[in-house]
Design a protein around this ligand. Sequence first.
Ligand SMILES: Cc1cc2nc3c(=O)[nH]c(=O)nc-3n(C[C@H](O)[C@H](O)[C@H](O)COP(=O)(O)O)c2cc1C
Length: 173
Amino acid sequence: MEAIVYVSNTGNTQRYARLLADQINLPVYSLEESKRNLKKGTEIIYLGWIMANGIKGYKDANEYFSIGIVCAVGMSENGSHLEEIRKANFIPESIPLFTLQGGLYLEKLKGANKMIIKMVLKKVKKELLEKSNRTDQENNMLDLMIHGGSRVCVENLYEVLSCYKENFIQKKG
Ligand SMILES: Cc1cc2nc3c(=O)[nH]c(=O)nc-3n(C[C@H](O)[C@H](O)[C@H](O)COP(=O)(O)O)c2cc1C
């Protein structure tokens, strides 16, 4: 594994990419920068933010690089919607996929993105508020949707880090 490449819109995915880079000592690039700095076929960890189940930049990155691990950053809990996201983005079973909870900064969003997310938030918030017996995860989501903010933390990367150590460090010997 040679580098970490990401696409971020409001900064959460970029923060995860940098946290990961600090932990495993790999260079980190935005997808745009990466094509100027890395050769075609370089083995990378890819992180992209989730928009309507699509992982931003994944298709493009997958055509250019050899992706060893994919991290999809969204607003739901770590580890949620894995199968849905895998299917929607045509990620082969052989590639480890992780979903990470990012955050929500409505004030940083513009145009269509802002309109779409506002509609989604209205619907999901209503459903959650009407629900009795919400789980801790649902309360966490609701809080994020009402107050905004970021849930990025190094603890959310622990599974990614152990996957990297098991599959990519030992291989090197
Ligand atoms: C238009 C739009 C659609 C989104 N769709 C999803 C989604 O389908 N699933 C999800 O978990 N998060 C969704 N999100 C939330 C973002 O993935 C989340 O805010 C993420 O942390 C953004 O990362 P960034 O700060 O790196 O841009 C959506 C956000 C926007 C603006």
